[in-house]
Design a protein around this ligand. Structure first.
Ligand SMILES: [Cu+2]
Length: 485
């Protein structure tokens, strides 16, 4: 799957001149001189990712054994300059082949980092070096795109993720402070949904899932977590976010969970959402609770006008109890961090767009379908065309520059954060309302909900389109959009 020409084992040596000419061609994926008689690398990389086993202390005495980038899950963003060429070097110090995916980036399929797109992998105990063209300003994400299947130590279940922020050339700076927050859960384990549902039912003498008779007991295994964090620390164990009255804080949120949507609240405060998935929204709008699907990013400004010590965290008591939160402390304020309950709202991307209907050249209909559970008890999914339920049956070929309206219908009882690789799209219908001006690369398709996107392929080659729930993706909820010139 990977080219031997790019891993260190090739021993290929490039002079600086050769390296730069390869850079100019971009298509070239270049090998650094690694052995080079103890010589340093010919060109210093802008991003260096060392994939290795490590220990992360999420709470005092609670150490997680995982694989991470540079031994770190603390949420410190990788900062890049808008439009500037990015030299990437990856060292894989583990015994398994890895894929490093640049989520939200506009890149050639070879460096996008998926096996499905035939990208370069990072072979065990080897290095991979390549260049990524400069990107537009905004919030991005880099993470493992390895398949996990039954291995809850692999892929996005692991600590292999980082926030990537491309700084704008000119920063209007309508804020006093920037804070990056990345969510993740730790210590995943399998549960059998049917068994859990039955036992809960007995316990509470209530019917769960009432609209879903046919699927009761048929959903197979699911994943739960023992611990959750923002920036690698469970609530109360990281440094508080220190603010002063009157400050405007620009929060950059990333949901780096493997499977869980996130709903965040900060009592006494509201979020002015200014960006989604690294794109400025056309209409900044205020919400009490942010809903962030797996793989999504939200940029939001909070005006600090309610002095106190507060918890910024999941509005779900159980998840917040597992650690998904952080303390926000005003200058001069002390005491226990306070929380206040929120009701869970329906998230509507439409409030960040404009009314109006996007035009398209062609319609493509897709259905997200749950298939009968596999023999080993694992769920199975597929993305199908309009009238075809065969797995992997989507044979659509897309043309570069043509505008496609992709109508997605979720025929299941679960939310699917659908992510498109190497491109952004425009959300053109949500909750039944047409809309324009909302650019994203990941969109939550709610249970039994529908979403329409406008996809205008900018680059030829395969573009993976999949659910960002690792378990759904591994069990079939993915397809390739093949783009031709
Ligand atoms: Cu899904």
């Amino acid at each position: 799957m990977h080219s031997s020409g790019v891993n260190e084992s090739s021993g290929k040596q490039l002079s600086r001149r050769q390296f730069l000419s390869a850079a100019a061609a971009f298509a070239a994926v270049t090998g650094f001189d690694h052995h080079g008689n103890g010589q340093p690398l010919t060109v210093k990389p802008d991003v260096n990712l060392r994939i290795a086993r490590c220990e992360i202390e999420v709470a005092p005495g609670h150490r997680i054994q995982t694989t991470a980038y540079n031994g770190d899950a603390s949420g410190v963003p990788i900062r890049l300059r808008e439009g500037a060429l990015i030299r990437v070097e990856i060292q894989n110090q583990t015994g398994v082949e890895e894929y490093v995916h640049w989520h939200g980036f506009s890149v050639d399929a070879r460096v996008d980092g998926t096996a499905e797109e035939n990208s370069f992998g990072v072979a065990p105990y080897s290095r991979l070096a390549y260049e990524v063209p400069g990107q537009t300003a905004g919030s991005y994400y880099v993470h493992s795109h390895a398949m996990a299947h039954h291995d809850l130590a692999a892929g996005t279940y692991s600590g292999q993720f980082a926030f990537v922020y491309v700084d704008p050339h000119q920063n209007p700076g309508r804020y006093d402070k920037e804070v990056f927050l990345t969510s993740h859960e730790w210590e995943p384990y399998f549960i059998n949904e049917a068994e859990e549902a039955n036992s809960l039912e007995e316990m509470h003498h209530v019917r769960l899932d009432t609209d879903d008779d046919d699927e009761m007991g048929g959903d197979g295994w699911d994943v739960r977590y023992r611990l959750a964090s923002l920036n690698g620390k469970a609530l109360g164990h990281g440094d508080p976010i220190c603010v002063a009255r009157g400050e405007r804080i620009l929060f950059h949120f990333l949901n780096a969970s493997a499977t869980e949507s996130l709903q965040l609240g900060l009592p006494g405060h509201q979020f002015l959402v200014v960006g989604l998935d690294g794109h400025q929204v056309s209409r900044a709008s205020v919400v009490d609770v942010l809903t962030i699907g797996v793989g999504e990013r939200v940029d939001a400004i909070v005006e600090m006008n309610m002095p106190g010590v507060w918890v910024l965290g999941s509005i779900d008591d159980d998840i917040r109890g597992k650690g998904l939160g952080v303390v926000v402390e005003y200058a001069g304020q002390h005491g226990e961090a306070r929380w206040a309950d929120f009701s869970a709202p329906v998230w509507d991307y439409g409030i960040f767009g404009e009314d109006g209907r996007c035009e398209a050249d062609e319609e493509v209909a897709l259905r997200l379908i749950r298939l009968p559970v596999a023999e080993d008890g694992f769920e199975r999914w597929t993305i199908a065309g309009e009238a075809d339920e065969r797995q992997g049956s989507l044979q659509k070929v897309f043309q570069k520059g043509r505008r496609y309206r992709v109508a997605i219908k979720n025929e299941s009882n679960e939310c699917h954060p659908m992510h498109l690789h190497r491109h952004w799209f425009e959300v053109s219908r949500y909750l039944g309302r047409p809309t324009t001006g909302i650019r994203k690369d990941t969109v939550m398709v709610l249970p039994y909900g529908s979403v329409e996107l406008i996809f205008t392929p900018a680059m030829a080659g395969p573009a993976l389109f999949h659910c960002h729930n690792q378990m759904h993706m591994d069990s079939g909820l993915q397809t390739l959009f093949n783009v031709v010139q």
